[in-house]
Structures are given as C-alpha cells and as structure tokens.
Design a protein around this ligand. Structure first.
Ligand SMILES: *Cc1c(COP(=O)(O)O)cnc(C)c1O
Length: 384
C-alpha cells in the first residue's frame, strides 16, 4: 500500500532526527514572535532590516490595494502587467546598476526561469557545491551538462572550464551562501568568466538590501560589475515583502520575457505588492544606519560566542551558523533554547551536507544588543 510506504519513509526520517514540521506564528514577523500562545525571541527570519511589518510598508500595501485591487488576474504577457510592476522593474535596475530588470513571483521561480532560458542541451553549468537548492533544481531542469565544484574552489572551477567542450558556459553561485553566511569570491569568479567567455549568475538573496553602500548588494560590496553578470535578488528577505527579480543586459531580459517558463506561464504577483516594494526600496536605500546597527550586532554575537564547544562558522554577514554536527544534538539545542524562550532553527540534511547540522542564527536590524546578549547567555548555559 502506498500510504503504508509513505508513512514508513516519514518514520525513518523521524528516527534520524530529520522529520520536518511547521510551526504556526500568531503574530507578525519580528524578533518577538508568538508561537502556540507563547512569546519567543526569534533569530531565524531573513527579515534582515526588520521591514516585514514596517508601518510604512503596511500603509503602502494598503494604498496599493486601494488603487490596484488585490489580484493581478493574468500573466504578465496577457493582461497582468501593471504600472507598479513597470516602475519597480525600472527602479530595481537603476538601484543595482543594470540596464534592465524583470520581476518574478519568487526567488525559486526566478532561478528556475533564468537558468532554463539561458542554457540547454549542449551547454554547461558550473555550480558551487553549497549553492541554494533552487539553483540545483534549476540546472537539472535546464538539461545542460552539470559540473559542481568544491565550495569556493576556484582552481577546480578553472580546470573544469579549461576542459569543457560545451557551447554556452554559465557559472552559478550564491553570492552570500544561505546556510553558511560566507561570500563567494566574486572578483575571481568574474576573472574566470572573462578568461573562458562564460556568464555568471549571481544569486544575491542574502546580499540585496544588506550589503554594500545603500544596500545595493554583493556587487556594490565588492565594487565590481560586468555585462556578463546576471543578478538575481529576492524581495521577501531584506526587502520584507515577497518576490524576486533578475537584473541584466536588456537582451537578457528580453530573452527571459520570451523564454523563461516560470515567468511566462504564471499569474503576475499582485500589483499592490510592487507598490509596497517601491516603498521598501526607499527604506533600503536610506537604511545605512540600520545596516550599521546590524553589523554591530554581528560583531557582538561573534565576540560573545567565543569559547563555546561548537564552531561558529566564519561569516561576517547576518547569517551566523553554529556548527553542531549531529542532527539530534542540533535539535536538542534548538529545543533547549526554546525552553528558554528563544527561537533558533536547527538546519539539517539535506538542506546542509551530512554531519553538518547547525543552528542557523540570523540577526536583524530589529534586534537590540540586549536581545543578542540573551541569546549569548542561553547558549553558554546550554554548553555547560
Ligand atoms: C531564499 C532563497 C532563494 C529563494 O527565494 P524565494 O523568494 O524565497 O523563493 C533563492 N536563493 C537563495 C540563495 C535563497 O536563500
């Protein structure tokens, strides 16, 4: 019986400490959430600037709904493309310094669409082994040849590029690695692209809004740009709303409008969301003080977690993973924190490699120094 098999597989997962379950929030996203009627101090959202429930964004969404209704009603290529979408695309492109941009409903869909539109049979994709799952799924769907290099290993990537006979070559990477918090070596990647006439798809889900002057992202952080770089940014993390965009040369965007299946065959996002995002983009641009505060919290946490029996992984970003290793131990620690009123998610395989279960601590500009001190104190208690 199929149900019996499914149940057996789930039971197996549970014994390995790998069963995934959802928790329902009874409050808006913020460092202070309510789950099952109990308040928690939370360190696991990607709402890095604390914009997800910002009053100005709530007002912009309300006004957007007044002006444009609730649903887009059709795909962008039919009759679902509205003025707020068009304005947001223009402003996003200008903000990240690219000629054009295209909105997608989610980052997952943007990655599926862009890889499949740019490469296919006879082409090759080169991918960092620790890339986000959406990039992994995207390259399988594209049916190009797939080569995965060890995390950050530019020598191995160079060898792969030298040996390839394929047509188009596309390197794809997280700019900030989502489960590790470290940065991809963008200048080296770009140099390899130039030497081998390859393209670079940069997934800046965790850099957009957070890194670089005015939060312009990883490219601004490194001070680099090139027409070879196709940039993906998400709008549900630091931007606090929902959605994603690709920014690139006009001809790339035109190609996506015609060939990216996850763009063509789906209903456009509500135009009111774009109205909220236009406001969010302003707050991001004016948010250098928020980013400075966030950077201060990162330094405070790293200093405070020294001397723990677990490795705090090398990262300067808001993603600060504490490497535990064993799945059950990671779950146990997460529960120990929960007993103390603190919410940190335990991240386990297959999201991360076997034997590298971790507490993925994320900081937000909405946290205070006292919040971070509470987390530090609780982790030291649990280490005893
Ligand atoms: C979150 C994330 C995505 C997916 O973006 P969504 O908008 O949540 O679908 C893609 N890439 C990376 C690196 C991410 O962290």
């Amino acid at each position: 019986m199929i149900f019996h098999q499914l149940q057996h597989e789930l039971d197996e997962r549970a014994t390995q400490g790998l069963l995934r379950q959802r928790r329902t929030l009874d409050s808006p996203q913020s460092p202070h959430i309510v789950v099952d009627g109990k308040p928690y101090l939370a360190f696991c959202s990607n709402d890095y600037l604390g914009l997800a429930s910002h009053p100005q964004l709530i007002a912009a969404l309300q006004q957007g709904a007044q002006a444009w209704g609730v649903g887009a009603g059709a795909a962008h290529l039919v009759s679902g493309h509205f003025e707020p979408h068009r304005q947001l695309e223009m402003q996003l492109a200008a903000f990240v310094g690219k000629p054009a941009a295209l909105l997608f409903s989610t980052g997952y869909m943007a990655n599926l669409g862009v890889v499949q539109a740019l490469v296919g049979k006879g082409d090759a994709v080169f991918a960092d082994k620790l890339n986000h799952s959406s990039l992994n799924d995207a390259m399988l769907l594209a049916r190009a040849e797939v080569r995965r290099y060890r995390h950050g290993d530019m020598q191995q990537l160079a060898q792969m590029l030298e040996r390839t006979q394929s047509g188009r070559k596309l390197i794809i990477t997280d700019a900030v690695f989502s489960m590790d918090g470290d940065l991809a070596p963008l200048p080296d990647l770009l140099a390899l692209c130039e030497r081998h006439d390859a393209w670079l798809l940069l997934d800046d889900a965790h850099g957009f809004g957070v890194l670089g002057a005015q939060g312009r992202g990883s490219l601004a952080q490194y001070g680099i740009d090139s027409a070879r770089i196709v940039l993906m940014g998400t709008l549900g993390k630091a931007a606090g709303v929902s959605g994603a965009f690709i920014a690139a040369e006009q001809v790339v965007i035109d190609t996506l409008v015609n060939h990216a299946r996850s763009y063509v065959y789906t209903t456009a996002t509500p135009p009111a969301l774009s109205a909220a995002l236009l406001q969010s983009l302003q707050l991001i641009e004016q948010g250098d003080a928020l980013r400075e505060h966030l950077q201060g919290l990162v330094a405070q946490l790293r200093k405070g977690l020294g001397g723990l029996p677990w490795l705090l992984m090398p990262s300067d970003t808001a993603i600060q993973p504490l490497l535990i290793g064993d799945n059950q131990r990671a779950l146990g620690l997460s529960e120990g924190l929960r007993d103390r009123g603190i919410w940190v998610a335990a991240i386990r395989p297959p999201t991360v490699p076997q034997g590298t279960a971790r507490l993925r601590i994320t900081l937000s500009a909405a946290h205070t120094a006292d919040d971070v001190e509470r987390l530090i104190g609780a982790l030291h208690e649990l280490a005893c």
